[in-house]
Every structure is written in structure tokens, then in C-alpha cells.
Design a protein. Structure first.
Length: 312
């Protein structure tokens, strides 16, 4: 009998362990922003993370289920009308937060007012006042910290990490300031050249791109202007040509990047799409003396692409 019971419970246990659970908390960075009354207005305008909107992920099933339960329970709380002004650029922001809950194929959104004091229902244009601080009591330490951070103040003093241009190396040589001939003489001849037609409002121009393995380079006014390097899983090249930025290479982990550039990685998911903040985000690092910018693109917590823009 015990064996039969164990066999019956085993698939149920596996099913419970395989639940897909995700809570994404979103916040408007600057509470004094005007022009929209609800956070969704800012998302529709610019659906990317950065200096306007920040977000954080949680996979806590307790929080996910608790948020859904609170949304139902909220209808028994005190109700107050919260009408929204539309089409008014001086409209005051009233609903700066939202929590998107996903459990398997089920998805729901909970909108909250400042400090999570009430839950807002857009279809009713009304808020339901949280009588016992239940919402904040439900959140874990990470989500509470996220809800309380003064992002506007933090961003005012936010500075990216900086590195010398000489730390950007291809085949162990620093190509900053190289012409095409200088590059081929001191580093490697280019393997191929591609040509694209670029249309602008005024004219048609031809843009040349120079390739070594999966590294694409462009020259402007005769001098190396950009390096765009891609990691392609499973692809190897006949000639191994290392490319590093201050010791960071393609396919390195996000943790290694964070150790190298703690200031630049202070805010996670920078530049990621609000519709899936865990993929396709990036971090930036300045080159010293105004010599450019390096951008690290992340996929599945690894460096998928490195783009370097040189300035004279």
C-alpha cells in the first residue's frame, strides 16, 4: 500500500516542482515625473529599463500566489475613486508601481499606488486601501528593498566604471587609433569585407565593414571607429583570435563582469525589454579621457556581444 501511495504522489511532487513562477516588479524611477497618471503610460512610451523605469525579478511562489490572493481580497477593502486624466501633459503620476505575476500559463497584473498603500483597478478607476499593510508584509527582503530605493537620488550620482582604451585588445594588441593599414600590419589582415548601402534623407552612402571571425569593425575618416564582436555558440574558427575588454571576453559570465565593473552593474537588466527583462539587457563602461564606450550585451547571464565605440 505504501508503495502504491508513493507512486501516486511522485508525479504530483514532480509537477509541483516544475511550476513556472515569476513575479516582475516595476517602478517609475522618479516619482515627480508628470505626463502620465499610471506606470503603463511610461511603458507604452518607452518599453525599456533604464533611468525612467526599473524592475526586479522574483521566483518566489509564495509571493506570486499571495499577490493574486490580495488582488481578490482587495475588493473587500475601502474603495475610493481615483479618476485618471488623459491627454494632459501635466497629469500627476498616481500609480507608479505594478507587479506582473506569472504562474505556468496564468498571468495577472497588480497595480499599486505610492508605497504600496492601495491596489488600483484601471477598469474601475478606483483604488482599494490596504488596511493592514498586507502588500508590503507579503514582499520579501529583496522586493521591499526595491520598493523603498530612492532611484532618482541614486541616479543623480550614478557613474559608470572607466577603463583605458589600451585595455581593449584584439590578438593581444590594442587597436585604438589604428588605421586600416596599421591594423592589418600590426594585428591581422582582415578575412573579408562587406559593403552595405545606407540610405539617409539626403543621400545614399556606402558603408564598409571589415571582419575577423565574428568581429565586425568599421573605420571612420580612416581610423577604427567601432568593434562589434559576437559570441556564436558552437562555432569555432580556424584561426583563434582573442578579443578582450579589460580582461572580459565573449561568453564570460555576468558574475565575472560584475566583479570587473561593480559600478556599471549596480543596476541589473539595464536596457532590457520590459516584456522580458531577464534577457537581452546590457551594461556600459566608459573609456577614459572621453575615448569612447564599451557595451556588454547579456543573454542567459553570459556576455553574448561586446560593442566598442571609439572617439577621437
Amino acid at each position: 500500500m505504501k508503495l502504491i501511495l508513493s507512486l501516486l504522489l511522485f508525479p504530483l511532487a514532480c509537477l509541483a516542482q516544475n511550476n513556472f513562477v515569476k513575479v516582475t516588479a516595476f517602478r517609475i524611477v522618479d516619482p515627480d515625473r508628470i505626463g502620465h497618471t499610471v506606470i503603463t503610460g511610461f511603458i507604452d512610451e518607452n518599453p525599456y529599463l533604464g533611468s525612467r523605469i526599473q524592475a526586479v525579478l522574483s521566483e518566489d511562489e509564495r509571493i506570486a500566489n499571495g499577490l493574486l490572493a490580495l488582488k481578490k481580497q482587495a475588493k473587500s477593502w475601502e474603495k475610493k475613486p481615483l479618476p485618471m486624466e488623459r491627454g494632459n501633459r501635466s497629469a500627476q503620476l498616481r500609480v507608479p508601481n505594478m507587479y506582473v505575476v506569472q504562474i505556468n500559463r496564468k498571468s495577472d497584473t497588480i497595480y499599486t499606488t505610492y508605497n504600496n498603500t492601495s491596489i488600483y483597478f484601471p477598469d474601475e478607476e478606483a483604488e482599494y486601501i490596504d488596511p493592514g499593510n498586507y502588500l508590503n508584509g507579503l514582499l520579501d527582503e529583496d522586493l521591499c528593498f526595491f520598493a523603498e530605493r530612492n532611484f532618482a537620488e541614486e541616479f543623480a550620482s550614478y557613474k559608470l566604471d572607466s577603463i583605458p582604451a589600451s585595455t581593449i585588445c584584439i590578438n593581444y594588441e590594442a587597436p585604438y587609433g589604428y588605421t586600416r593599414k596599421g591594423f592589418e600590419k600590426k594585428i591581422l589582415p582582415f578575412q573579408r569585407i562587406s559593403t552595405d548601402s545606407v540610405f539617409s534623407r539626403k543621400e545614399l552612402s556606402i558603408e564598409k565593414k571589415f571582419w575577423i571571425n565574428s568581429y565586425r569593425m568599421k573605420f571612420e575618416e580612416g581610423v577604427l571607429n567601432t568593434i562589434d564582436a559576437f559570441y556564436i555558440n558552437g562555432v569555432t574558427y580556424e584561426t583563434h583570435v582573442p578579443f578582450t575588454v579589460a580582461g572580459i571576453a565573449l561568453n564570460d559570465t555576468e558574475e565575472k563582469l560584475a566583479d570587473a565593473f561593480p559600478c556599471s552593474l549596480e543596476y541589473r537588466y539595464w536596457g532590457g525589454s520590459l516584456y522580458d527583462i531577464s534577457r537581452g539587457y546590457y551594461y556600459m563602461v566608459n573609456l577614459e579621457e572621453g575615448r569612447g564606450l564599451a557595451t556588454f550585451y547579456i543573454k542567459d547571464k553570459r556576455v553574448e556581444r561586446i560593442e566598442v565605440e571609439f572617439r577621437k
